[in-house]
Design a protein around this ligand. Structure first.
Ligand code: HEM
Length: 236
């Protein structure tokens, strides 16, 4: 059997695939957040960035296909491992065992499902622009005269709706909670969680997840005008 086949067919291989694809998705959400924070600079910044990504053409599609494959494998392995764990669980599931597992670890499947639903919604909202086809027509002139799509205006108009922003805040909160346990599990699977490192890695996961949530939340909250200093930077 080839390496990939043996990864899919053994329990430890499935855990490894889950951790490896989780690491790729973690890299994507971190990079995406850094890109999105350009909303606090002049519109030129995020619009030039969006244009640069679009100009990658086939390269961008290759990255998208790879990310989609990682997401599919991550969800698939999550379902298989959850079913395996359930089947292996003894009848009299001890109260002690339940207490020892953190809330984040016990609700991984549920937070994961909400994040999945959020991704579908988000793609329909900003990428397909189902509800607002006019967003595809809004253009912006960069300093060198190049006409590009006005991503800045789309994000500001998108988050001007309190309902949309509330959903984003809930989804990003659950994603951060999902990452809190995910990062820690990933370190365990990669064998990094041993004596000396454990505390530092746990602390990194907690700080990362709080920072991830707060920085993401600043975007809709600033557009809605709830963060005086940053809201002043948003051009309407
Ligand atoms: C406040 C937070 C966020 C903002 C402002 C934001 C903004 C955007 C924008 C502007 C796009 C590009 C749409 C386009 O022009 O094609 C996009 C795409 C995307 N976003 Fe977000 N996003 C946020 C949070 C997230 C989160 C938390 C996730 C992951 C769970 C995510 C996943 C994606 C994906 C998968 C794409 C498609 C990328 C592609 O097709 O190349 N976003 N987002």
């Amino acid at each position: 059997m080839n390496l990939l086949g043996s990864l899919f067919s053994s329990s430890i291989g499935r855990k490894f695939l889950m951790a490896a694809t989780g690491l790729v998705l973690f890299g994507f959400v971190t990079g995406h957040l850094v890109g999105n924070l350009q909303i606090f600079a002049a519109p030129e910044k995020i619009n030039a960035y969006g244009h640069l990504l679009e100009s990658l053409g086939a390269g961008l599609w290759a990255v998208r296909a790879f990310l989609l494959a990682c997401l599919i494998v991550h969800v698939w392995m999550a379902v298989v491992l959850t079913l395996e764990n359930r089947a292996a669980r003894p009848e009299s599931y001890g109260v002690d065992q339940v207490n020892r597992a953190t809330l984040a670890s016990r609700i991984m499947a549920r937070t994961g499902l909400v994040v999945l639903a959020f991704i579908v919604y988000h793609l329909l909202h900003f990428t397909v622009r189902l509800q607002h086809p006019e967003w595809s027509q809004h253009t912006y002139a960069l300093h060198d005269g190049t006409m590009v799509r006005d991503v800045y205006r789309m994000v500001v108009q998108g988050f001007s709706s309190i309902g949309v922003s509330t959903f984003y805040l809930i989804a990003v909160g659950l994603l951060s909670y999902h990452l809190a346990h995910g990062i820690s599990s990933m370190f365990q699977t990669f064998g990094l969680k041993n004596g000396n490192w454990t505390r530092g890695l746990e602390r990194f996961a907690a700080v990362y997840c709080w920072a991830y949530f707060l920085l993401n939340a600043l975007i809709p909250l600033s557009v809605l005008g709830y963060v005086p200093v940053l809201s002043g930077l948003i051009q309407r």
